[in-house]
Write a protein that binds this ligand. Structure first.
Ligand SMILES: N[C@@H](CCC(=O)N[C@@H](CS)C(=O)NCC(=O)O)C(=O)O
Length: 310
């Protein structure tokens, strides 16, 4: 775990001292767009996606790549599950430059880069740089930019639902996706309790929505669902224990449990979920939270049971 300062790697844990024990996430540094006629044009084989199978943000991009038929157009490299002194690493080395450390890609793109070194990264082989390292934007690119190449016109961010999707995303991002991290990375009782209570209020709100609607934004599945899914699927096996999000389990919410099973059973999606990788990453990498590095045995609720929705 660490960050780059003027292109030099520093091994350090998140600083929560200046924020009264609260974990504050840093904004992503590369925000380019793939678009026709733009600097990064939609072309088959031009881009490479770097992910962790453990990371819920990277997981969104893997799901969207799968659902939008992009697998033969954008290849993928997966980091090692454990994130230690050197940050994310590759073994075997990643295929484009033979790098073994993810931060080498960041300094390849910008030699004096300052900031966290995160996954996912969408890489442009032509300009040898990072197009974008913000998952929320990468999934929007995948949703549209390559449609002419793939012939896939499914739309996970449809015009008519945008306002509703944006409204839901804002709360889900702050209080659930990031909420589990705020709970788990808090270093004071007060900061933890605030994050954990807010998280469960938001989960109760989602349960209420799913009692009335098939999906978060209505009867159609959208990016809002996939953005929530990657947190829900990690919740009972990891966040409930490791991040102390233990007021309830997803299994205790009947609508959300069925919904989680339905999304897990969506064609192609289960293949993007690797519980061994997920558990190894969290329980082993966060030494300040789990110094014994013991990885628990359970995988949470049985996701293959009938989902009972629709
Ligand atoms: N805003 C980013 C966040 C990505 C992110 O925080 N990824 C984590 C893994 S789950 C990471 O790489 N963390 C390394 C670090 O913070 O040093 C996104 O959604 O793409």
């Amino acid at each position: 775990m660490g960050r780059l300062v003027n292109g030099t790697w520093h091994d350090e844990w998140y600083d929560t001292k200046s924020t009264d024990g609260e974990f504050v996430r840093e904004d992503a540094g590369f925000r380019g767009a793939v678009e026709k006629g733009g600097r990064f044009a939609p072309e088959s084989g031009r881009y490479h996606l770097y992910v962790s199978l453990a990371c819920p943000w990277a997981h969104r991009t893997l799901i969207m790549r799968k659902l939008k038929g992009l697998e033969s157009h954008i290849d993928v490299s997966v980091v090692e599950p454990h994130m230690l002194e050197e940050g994310w690493t590759y073994n075997p080395p990643e295929p484009l430059y033979g790098y073994t450390r993810h931060h080498q890609l960041y300094t390849h793109a910008k030699s004096d880069y300052t900031g966290r070194v995160t996954v996912p990264v969408l890489w442009d082989k032509q300009e040898e740089t990072i197009v974008n390292n913000e998952s929320a934007e990468i999934i929007r690119l995948f949703n549209r930019a390559f449609n002419d190449l793939t012939g896939d016109t499914q739309d996970f961010y449809p015009e008519a639902l945008r306002e509703e999707i944006d409204r839901i995303n804002t709360r889900v991002y702050d209080e659930i996706n990031n909420g589990v991290y705020k709970s788990g990375f808090a270093t004071t009782q007060k900061a933890y309790e605030k994050a954990c209570r807010t998280l469960f209020e938001a989960l109760d709100w989602v349960e209420g929505l799913l009692a009335e609607r098939r999906y978060l934004a209505g009867e159609q599945i959208t990016e809002a669902d996939w953005r929530l899914f990657t947190t829900l699927v990690r919740f009972d096996p990891v966040y409930h224990g490791h991040f102390k999000c233990n007021i309830r389990r997803i299994e205790d919410y009947p609508h959300m449990a069925g919904y989680l099973r339905e999304l897990y059973q969506w064609p192609g999606v289960a293949e993007t979920v690797d519980f061994e990788h997920i558990k190894q990453h969290y329980y082993y990498s966060h030494e300040t939270i789990n110094p014994t590095r013991i990885v628990p045995l359970g995988d949470g609720l049985d996701l293959n049971l009938p989902h009972g929705r629709g």
